[in-house]
Design a binder for this molecule. Structure first.
Ligand SMILES: [Zn+2]
Length: 417
């Protein structure tokens, strides 16, 4: 649990200039093309596709173009060009045909921050489409075990296992692309967690935890979103040791890191929208947790708290406390695969219902909101798949005309959710 975090008036000074330059175009193979740019530091980037004529647009906030970009290229890319709009540099990629594209990523290189966009040719697309990127943050890890439950069950282990379960469902389901903030037992500071989500172009950020409390009797799951108000109350009540750790954490922001604190001041509308969206996302996840017969609920409404990892200016961010591992019942539930799977399922269905209600244009989910395609993995059985998606085995059999036929790895199942 990271309830004690940000002191929002502590800013570090950053160099204001952030120059954007074109880097290169690489044809990976006949289907995939990588277009890259260089920045001085990690930036706020909005990307989307438009139709008639077909094109991709990247708005890179608070940057200056070193020089105008105007490059003609080979099929399927017609042209890469730029437009300066105040402090925003707009990059337009004109296309000959609709393509599949990936959210641009930002990676630190020796030449600066490389902003890369990957496009892939897929025949006969009605629009240029992309997957929804979900950042999964397994709480704690490495030298920070988090809460400790009976028989030395550690929060950091439980959170990683739930995260992996969620990753698996998202990975094997059409329209989603999961990004793990940590994939093993490693120490990652709080700044790096939300910075990583930005660098990977996340559309939503889910932090997974399992609470601890001095009273063994306290149990159940809760869902949190960030609040400034909770933040200032917590900040006032910090101990000296906690205050020092937070200050050290803020100092750890590297020069190329994106300053979310400043962005929240500069873009209050964007931030307000993010809070509203986080509230909807959190509510959708909580609704699913309430449907799960094994999971008790600790707080009936989405709670506000100062969890530093949720502080992004624009990425809807939610923290799920999957239970209290200091409570024997919750600990037993979270220790078992079945219990963890139910938490992962609630989070997945919550995410899916959120993107059904608040669609991102030109994504698979927007075009086909009621049905997902799931790729069967080795070892899968129908009963397990049905639990994973919260549907009945019968509904899967009917929808896919499976009467008596065995399923096999690589097979694509339609699932109505
Ligand atoms: Zn925790």
């Amino acid at each position: 649990m990271y309830r004690l975090s940000l002191i929002s008036f502590l800013f570090i000074s950053f160099v204001n200039s952030n120059e954007l330059t074109f880097n290169e175009v690489i044809e990976k193979d006949d289907k995939s093309v990588e277009i890259s740019f260089l920045l001085e530091k990690v930036s706020l980037v909005k990307s989307y596709s438009l139709n008639n004529p077909s094109r991709l647009v990247l708005d890179v906030y608070d940057t200056k173009l070193k020089e105008d970009i105007n490059i003609s290229y080979n099929y399927p890319i017609k042209k890469i060009r730029s437009i300066s709009e105040g402090d925003t540099s707009r990059i337009v990629i004109d296309l000959y045909e609709n393509i599949f594209w990936e959210k641009p990523t930002q990676v630190q290189t020796k030449n600066g921050v490389m902003l890369t966009l990957v496009t892939k040719r897929i025949k006969n697309l009605e629009n240029s489409i992309r997957d929804i990127v979900i950042a999964i943050d397994a709480g704690h890890g490495g030298k920070y075990p988090g809460a400790v439950g009976p028989n030395n069950i550690l929060e950091k282990d439980v959170t990683l296992l739930i995260a992996k379960e969620l990753e698996r469902t998202l990975r094997d389901t059409s329209g989603y692309y999961p990004v793990m903030i940590r994939s093993n037992d490693e120490t990652i500071d709080l700044n790096s967690r939300y910075q990583e989500a930005r660098k990977k172009g996340a559309d939503a950020f889910i932090s997974i935890h399992a609470d601890g409390f001095r009273l063994e009797s306290v149990k159940g799951a809760s869902v949190f979103i960030w609040s400034d108000e909770a933040s200032s109350t917590v900040a006032r009540n910090l101990s000296e040791k906690q205050r020092k750790r937070i200050q050290a954490d803020i100092k750890n922001l590297k020069d190329d890191d994106f300053n979310e604190d400043r962005a929240r001041n500069n873009y209050p509308e964007m931030y307000k929208n993010k809070i509203d969206q986080s509230q909807i996302l959190g509510t959708k996840i909580l609704e699913q947790l309430k449907r799960d017969p094994y999971t008790k609920i600790h707080k009936q409404n989405v709670e506000y708290a100062d969890f530093r990892v949720l502080k992004s200016v624009d990425i809807p961010s939610v923290l799920v406390e999957s239970g209290f591992i200091t409570n024997p019942e919750d600990a037993a539930r979270l220790k078992g695969k079945a219990g963890r799977r139910m938490i992962a399922r609630s989070i997945f269905l919550g995410i899916h219902n959120y993107f059904k209600q608040e669609p991102i244009s030109n994504t698979t989910i927007e075009m086909n909101p009621d049905m997902v395609l799931y790729e069967i993995q080795k070892g899968d059985v129908l009963s397990e798949i049905s639990i994973r998606f919260g549907v009945t085995v019968d509904s899967i059999i009917k929808l896919n005309n499976l009467n008596g036929q065995p399923i096999f790895p690589g097979q694509i199942l339609k699932i109505n959710i």
